[in-house]
Write a protein that binds this ligand. Sequence first.
Ligand SMILES: [Zn+2]
Ligand SMILES: [Zn+2]
Length: 340
Amino acid sequence: MFLSPLAPNTATYKITVKKQNGSYKLPKTPAMEATNSERVYDPELNNTMDNFSLEVGYIAPILVVGGFCLLLFLEVRFPLRQRKQPLISRILTNLCLSGLVFAMGTYLVNPAASNLIKWTAGQTFGLLYIVPLPYSGQFIAGFLLMDLTFYYWHRANHVFPLFRRFHNIHHIDPDLDVTTSFRFHLVEIAYSTGFRALQVILIGVTPALYGFYELIFQCSTIFHHSNVRLPIRFERLLNKVFVTPRMHGIHHSRVRGEMNSNYSVVFRWWDIIHKSLRLNVPQLEIDIGVSGYQKQEDNRLWNLLCLPFRRHRKSRDLPEGVPPLRGRSISADNAGFMLE
Ligand SMILES: [Zn+2]
Ligand SMILES: [Zn+2]
């Protein structure tokens, strides 16, 4: 899909306003003019949230690396799907690609997002300023909008052929586990900077919101890519709200209708709203990967880096001539019911 790098250190930002009787009044948005309400800058709350953002920036890598190791242990001990290839042969490739992704996030995406956030923090435009909301309401609305826009971005990576070429690197992994989480082409991360910039400007993201969403995004990504077998009843319950391993496993299926489903990242609601939810596929029947990219050499590091620049293989290039289909027994009926 796309990468979202760890939270940037967007610890300080300035808003130039006049102090009146101990409080700081900010310019009004049109919606505030209409309701005659005030937007007051509270330095104390602002400092608290900045410190919170900074702390998130420090603990995020520890949480994500710790969670990664825990999930790796659990999926070896309690696997959900059977592996097609030994973990060792994939882990080096996936970690190399992930390293490039993190470098790109650190040196390109983060600085760009960080600078933009500093700038937008002093402005009064963005979706979050259309309706005057208390800070908590603005934070929740911002979190939801961040997650919804990621749904659209992920979907765009499947819909537009140029994006799909790069996103393919994530999908042709023959197995799906926690090591697939950050396996992307570095060019996909580079152009996702444009999306992040648009997201920050459009929503009007604050440093604290950005930092907090990034942390939850990273945790959710490693969790739903993992191959951990959770008790089905527990996962069904969890999946009422969050994207889970069985749900995202279906998105990595070779069957086209299944790959074109389950695009959500943190909350599963966006797939329900856009009618792209598909849960009724048994995990043992899922063939992970992409048709046309099943050879072992396709997953060598150099070939993966060059793959988007080579001729894209289509279904008609397959030995069988047609992409895999799912039998009628698992149809679109009951698509919202998670199977084992
Ligand atoms: Zn995808
Ligand atoms: Zn994925």
